[in-house]
Design a protein around this ligand. Structure first.
Ligand code: UD1
Length: 416
């Protein structure tokens, strides 16, 4: 089931329920290590990145079970802070295990983490923040070894609001001796979710949802039940799918309040959007209007939806511009889209200009990373005739079942 076959040009209608958030679930799962008791994580998405994180937790001694409504993690017996290579190099989010394991075991050995191939993705901010908290890093046989005899609070200022570095400081900070003051923290809702989970466990964190966090370390943490919020990126993907293919849909449980910049862009493209208690309603225009999108840290337009917006814009009226300010090398789908008949010109590694065309023609495409892969599915929905997207394991890292979800909306999409 490595490919997806799409019969395009079917307007989307109906409703689809949005899964739990990948980027919230992964750090929360890492945080269960700090608790030393059993936690129940509800609404955890059944995606391959979550399965990989669960394998990592098991390899460290946690007992993890799937239930109908979520996953239980018992971390009473954490034995070791060494992570198996395959799991770490395949998943960028394994990086937040660094802060969690330092907090729990005082010593960690790990490979340099992987993730999607979008830009250089350095980890210097993670390392320098943790060093301020008393962690010493050495290299051991090409691996990264971290040790902290005396993990302590610190004053940390992040020069860039890195999501991952913010998570690591929080995870280490709740276990450290004394207070940690983190300024320049990322504001992403997934950080708030992590803090809420830790607060429910008994952690003392002030300033949640702001760029200045005060973490009073050393509190005893207890197991708790926590519900993972809905995935704003999956919701945004389906929204742009609707804009590209046409139609009107209800994105059930979509977190409208976290999608401000995305709904603004959709509005600029001519969509009618309405946020309600049950989710977000979207009605696509007959033809998408031109738009200027610039990716930014939250609450700006998310880099994770840049490819979906790009795909949805290729048949726009006039000329659209997309600027990517977070990662380089994130326009990897341009050649595939141009091969379908799009007219996208790469002005610089960070800016593309999209001259709207009348139609796209279906073809074979290859997913090379998670969000770009989902965007190719959107392009297939827009195109005349049949399209195939191969390399779909990338997509399954973040989407529970993208084919089922688009079928719920009437699209003709199957995995083959
Ligand atoms: C980023 C996104 C996040 C998204 C995730 C998965 C932002 C701000 N973050 O999180 O929303 O869910 O990718 O695609 O949009 N950086 C350094 N040194 C470091 C760490 C980061 O220079 O040690 C730079 C990165 O190169 C990047 C920026 O900081 O330009 C933001 O990166 P960061 O937020 O850490 O990335 P992720 O945590 O992977």
């Amino acid at each position: 089931m490595d490919s997806i076959r799409i019969q395009g040009r079917v307007a989307l209608q109906g409703k689809v329920r949005i899964q739990g958030s990948k980027n919230a679930a992964l750090p929360v799962l890492a945080a269960t290590l700090l608790v030393g008791e059993c936690s129940f994580i509800e609404n955890c998405p059944r995606i391959s990145d979550v399965h990989a994180m669960i394998s990592l937790l098991r390899s460290m001694g946690c007992t993890v079970h799937w239930h109908e409504k979520g996953v239980s993690v018992d971390s009473t017996q954490v034995r070791r802070g060494e992570m198996p290579q395959e799991a770490v190099t395949g998943m960028r989010s394994s990086l937040c295990l660094l802060g969690a394991l330092i907090g729990r075991c005082s010593e960690v050995v790990m490979e340099y983490p992987g993730g999607c191939v979008i830009g250089a993705r350095p980890i210097d901010l993670h390392l320098s923040a943790l060093e301020k908290m008393g962690v010493e890093f050495t290299e051991k046989g090409g691996k990264l070894k971290a040790q902290a005899q005396n993990l302590h609070g610190a004053q940390i200022q992040l020069p860039i609001p890195s999501v991952g570095a913010t998570e690591n400081v929080i995870l280490a900070g709740v276990m450290a001796e004394g207070d940690t003051v983190l300024t320049g923290a990322a504001l992403e809702p997934e950080i708030t979710a992590l803090c809420r989970y830790l607060q429910d466990c008994g952690a003392d964190i002030e300033g949640v949802g702001t760029g200045r966090l005060l973490i009073r370390g050393g509190r005893t943490l207890y197991g708790t039940a926590f519900r993972v919020p809905s995935d704003r990126i999956v919701a945004g993907t389906y929204l742009f799918g609707c804009l590209g293919a046409g139609g009107s849909v209800l994105l059930e449980r979509a977190p409208g309040e976290e999608l401000g910049a995305v709904l603004d862009a959709a509005g600029e493209m001519g969509a009618k959007v309405c946020t309600a208690r049950e989710g977000v309603y979207v009605q696509a225009p007959d033809r998408v209007g031109r738009v200027h999108i610039r990716t930014e840290p939250y609450p700006g337009f998310p880099t994770d939806l840049q490819s979906a917006a790009l795909a949805a814009s290729v048949c726009c009226e006039g000329v659209s511009v997309i600027e990517e300010t977070i990662f380089e090398n994130r326009f990897r789908i341009v050649d595939e889209l141009n091969g379908m008949g799009a007219d996208i010109r790469v002005q610089s590694p960070r800016i593309v200009e999209i001259r709207g065309v009348e139609r796209l023609a279906g073809r074979h495409m290859e997913a090379k990373e998670l969000r770009g892969g989902a965007a190719l599915v959107i392009a297939g929905l827009m195109a005349e005739g049949e399209s195939f997207v191969s390399g779909c394991p990338y997509i399954y890292r973040g989407y529970e079942n993208i084919c089922r979800d688009f079928r719920e909306l009437g699209a003709r999409v199957v995995s083959v």
